[in-house]
Design a protein around this ligand. Structure first.
Ligand SMILES: NC(=O)c1ccc[n+]([C@@H]2O[C@H](COP(=O)([O-])OP(=O)(O)OC[C@H]3O[C@@H](n4cnc5c(N)ncnc54)[C@H](OP(=O)(O)O)[C@@H]3O)[C@@H](O)[C@H]2O)c1
Length: 294
């Protein structure tokens, strides 16, 4: 018996058998089928800006698990090293250390992309920080820390898109936006953060329009509360889990999200399975945008 397993691949049974295989023959089918299906990203190179932690790290892991290679960008060298160790078990990965809040950091990253990674096919803009603060207490530096990351996303995306077009390849970009850009939450005032994320949602739609005919799809996800180290910026590390428990009921689904809840949607949007999706900003939020429990 032969089996069509996608991507035009035909698997042959190791022994002749009836239309419906039994026992070990069936398990050969399934093992082969699994192997063939796990190659969604074979030959694809992913760049994750903010890939040393949380959602970005899980996305790199998902893409590498399906045959892709990854380049991850992060700020803190020790976290990058740890992420590199974790990901190298899955395949080819390299790291770039950069502080994207500075012009020097952004410029150095753009140069490294051209010098070493002009063959990137897939891009995820995931870098972020989150420090809830009342609007009236915002200083210029609070505002700039969010806008400077958007500036980095803008020019990194331009660089990667130009390289994809120059190589006459197809590509996909996913931006990590935020539910806070769509709805303000009293417990977590975040005007500058959310203004930046709303800008990223808008950039997603504009680039989708401009790059569709160049075979580059651009989408975003808009997560609610996801349990990642981002909360360690303003909650002591040993209290984050407990503090986030308080947000479970806020989500109609009854719990906060995991990095994997989000990365599975991001990797779907990066894949050819989402070939007809561009310009979308998907709520990946346990149902919060449909309605909140409180
Ligand atoms: N977690 C949530 O509840 C949630 C909800 C909605 C949206 N989001 C968004 O999801 C994205 C991913 O966040 P996460 O929750 O996965 O957080 P995370 O685990 O803290 O990851 C953030 C990543 O961004 C990098 N980064 C931050 N500032 C940087 C800088 N100046 N230069 C270079 N890299 C920098 C971090 O590197 P270092 O660790 O080395 O600093 C890390 O790799 C963010 O854009 C965030 O706004 C998160």
């Amino acid at each position: 018996m032969s089996l069509e397993v996608g991507a035009g691949m035909l698997l042959q049974c190791m022994a002749p058998c009836d239309e419906v295989c039994g026992g070990w023959r069936a398990s050969i089918h399934w093992k082969n089928r699994e192997r063939a299906m796990n190659k969604e990203f074979e030959g694809k190179k992913l760049l994750v800006v903010g890939g040393s932690s949380g959602i970005g790290l899980k996305t790199a892991s998902a893409v590498m698990s399906e045959g892709g290679s990854a380049v991850i960008v992060g700020h803190r060298p020790e976290k990058l090293k740890q992420a590199h160790e974790e990901l190298s078990a899955l395949g080819e990965v390299s790291t770039i250390q950069a502080d994207l809040s500075s012009k020097e950091g952004r410029d150095a990253l753009l140069k490294t992309i051209d010098d070493d990674h002009s063959d990137v096919d897939l891009l995820v803009n995931a870098a972020g920080v989150f420090f809830p603060k009342p609007f009236l207490e915002h200083e210029e530096s609070d505002y700039e820390q969010y806008m400077s990351l958007n500036k980095a996303f803008f020019f990194v995306t331009k660089k990667v898109a130009a390289n994809i077009i120059a190589r006459d390849r197809a590509g996909a970009v996913v931006n990590i936006g935020s539910m806070w850009a769509k709805q303000a939450i009293a417990a977590t005032p975040s005007s500058a953060y959310s203004m930046a994320k709303a800008g990223l949602h808008s950039l997603t739609q504009h680039l989708a329009m401009e790059l569709a005919h160049k075979r580059i799809r651009v989408n975003a996800v808009s997560p609610a509360v996801v349990r990642t180290p981002i909360y360690e910026g303003f909650i002591p590390k040993d209290q984050v889990d407990e503090a986030l428990q308080g947000f479970n009921d806020f989500h109609p689904i009854g719990r906060t999200g995991t990095a994997q809840d989000v990365s599975s949607v991001v990797s779907f949007l990066l894949s050819d399975k989402a070939a007809w999706v561009t310009g979308a900003v998907w709520d990946v939020d346990g149902g919060v945008m449909a309605g909140r429990n409180k």
